[in-house]
Design a protein around this ligand. Structure first.
Ligand SMILES: [Zn+2]
Length: 436
């Protein structure tokens, strides 16, 4: 900001920023780096649980699960696209693809096909809104998978793209294993398909080797070469899939592939919930207005059940302890103001926070809250005394909520007997130790 006369005032003294009442003067450390490339507040999600997710070792989605449960739930959640397994994979895959297209969902339906005219023709006939076309471009894939050179890849890509466009459908063209492909090959291929009017080009970290810095560099370079949208797909072999998706958006990518709980080939791709945890912090208005965040847990539970896994304890947002506060210092601050130790608000996801008070790390503020939840009344000194008793027992063995509640109740009973003071609601039924 310039030091103009008006800002400094007539006598040259700087006016305090607070006097103009403009909240924008406060800096927010969670705001994205502001540059013209960034799409962190206008990205689209291509939800691939019904394509990439089918490649998860445990996945077998029957037709009913796909059509009656998962596709409608993802659509209601607000994803922009639902990507389906190629109809060329099997006869049932083709039928499921057709049936999902007939559901009349708001989300656009895509199917993921090899860069091959026969696959494209089969897919076009299913009624999808668009095709995600893919071909391997790394030397590994060119030598050991399809055995084609770059000239052949470019020629075939253009034929397939022009065919799909002639049918009035959306088309994305992606390389596979993009980060181990030759950069010059990759950029000239993308430039060629951009020229014939592809809707999106795709960068795929098929083997999960890319780091956030590499992602930023490649997407930013590509952003300068093509005018179409840029889709990105990140595998999570080295735990970078969310960070890579975020960096891709910062560098100008427009679409991110996700799957529920991150399920996919090997250990999967960018998880839908984890990506939204990241993005709701960065672009809260966009994310909260676009996605039904309170449905996230229900959708994750559906998928977890369908593929017979548990939601990991440390899953962003929905891990069982994602909003559990344990240490006494944390509990005190959380009870005063949740933002002190929470960057995500559980209420945004229809969830509640839990202040853990049954441990040796507890503090008297957490116990005081529990005393109140049990309908008991104690002075602060008395709460400190009973906190010490809880800690003493918790030093000897792990204790449950019931143990801590018993200590509180019997301590309270002793107080009542000693002082002969009647207490209110002393026998109230236990209530969950949940605040807000
Ligand atoms: Zn993949």
């Amino acid at each position: 900001m310039c030091g103009t006369d008006s800002a400094n005032g007539a006598n040259g003294h700087v006016q305090p920023a607070a006097t103009n009442g403009n909240a924008n003067f406060r800096s927010n450390p969670y705001q994205p780096v502001g540059d013209f490339l960034s799409n962190v507040d206008k990205f689209k999600i291509i939800e691939s649980t019904l394509r990439e997710g089918e490649q998860f070792a445990n996945a077998y989605f029957d037709t009913e699960t796909k059509i009656k449960i998962l596709a409608p739930a993802l659509d209601a959640f607000g994803v922009d696209y639902i990507e389906l397994t190629s109809p060329a994979a099997s006869e049932q895959s083709r039928k499921d693809c057709e049936a999902i297209c007939k559901l009349g969902l708001k989300a656009k339906i895509l199917t993921h096909v090899r860069c091959d005219m026969r696959d494209a023709m089969l897919a076009v006939d299913t009624g999808v809104d668009g095709l995600d076309v893919v071909i391997g471009t790394s030397s590994f894939l060119r030598e050991h998978s399809h055995g084609k050179d770059m000239a052949y890849i470019e020629k075939t890509a253009i034929e397939v793209i022009e065919y799909i466009k002639s049918k009035g459908l959306e088309v994305r063209f992606s390389s596979e294993d993009s980060f181990r492909s030759d950069l010059v090959d990759l950029l000239s291929l993308y430039r060629a398909v951009d020229k014939v009017g592809v809707n999106r080009v795709g960068i795929a970290d098929t083997v999960g080797c890319a780091s956030p810095r590499q992602v930023y560099d490649l997407v930013r370079t590509l952003r300068g070469v093509v005018s179409c949208d840029i889709e990105t797909h990140f595998h999570n072999d080295t735990g970078c899939s969310i960070a890579n998706a975020f960096c891709a958006l910062e560098a100008g990518a427009t679409h991110i592939d996700t799957s529920v709980l991150g399920i996919g080939e090997r250990n999967g791709i960018t998880p839908l919930g984890g990506l939204l945890a990241r993005m709701v912090v960065t672009a809260p208005d966009y994310v909260k207005s676009k996605y039904k965040l309170h449905m996230l847990k229900e959708i994750e539970d559906m998928v977890a059940e369908a593929v017979q896994v548990n939601t990991p304890f440390n899953n962003p947002i929905t891990g069982f302890c994602a909003f559990t506060h344990k240490a006494g210092i944390h509990a005190k601050a959380i009870l005063n103001n949740p933002s002190t130790y929470e960057i995500l608000n559980p209420a945004d996801f229809g969830l509640t926070r839990y202040v853990h008070f049954a441990s040796r790390l507890t503090g008297w503020n957490a116990v005081k809250t529990r005393v109140g939840q049990l309908g008991l009344t104690m002075t602060d000194d008395q709460v400190k005394e009973v906190t010490a008793k809880i800690k003493t027992l918790a030093d000897v063995r792990p204790i449950a909520i019931d143990d801590a509640d018993s200590i509180i109740r019997s301590f309270h009973l002793g107080l009542a007997e000693n002082t002969d003071v009647a207490q209110t609601n002393g026998d109230a039924a236990p209530v969950p130790a949940v605040v807000a």
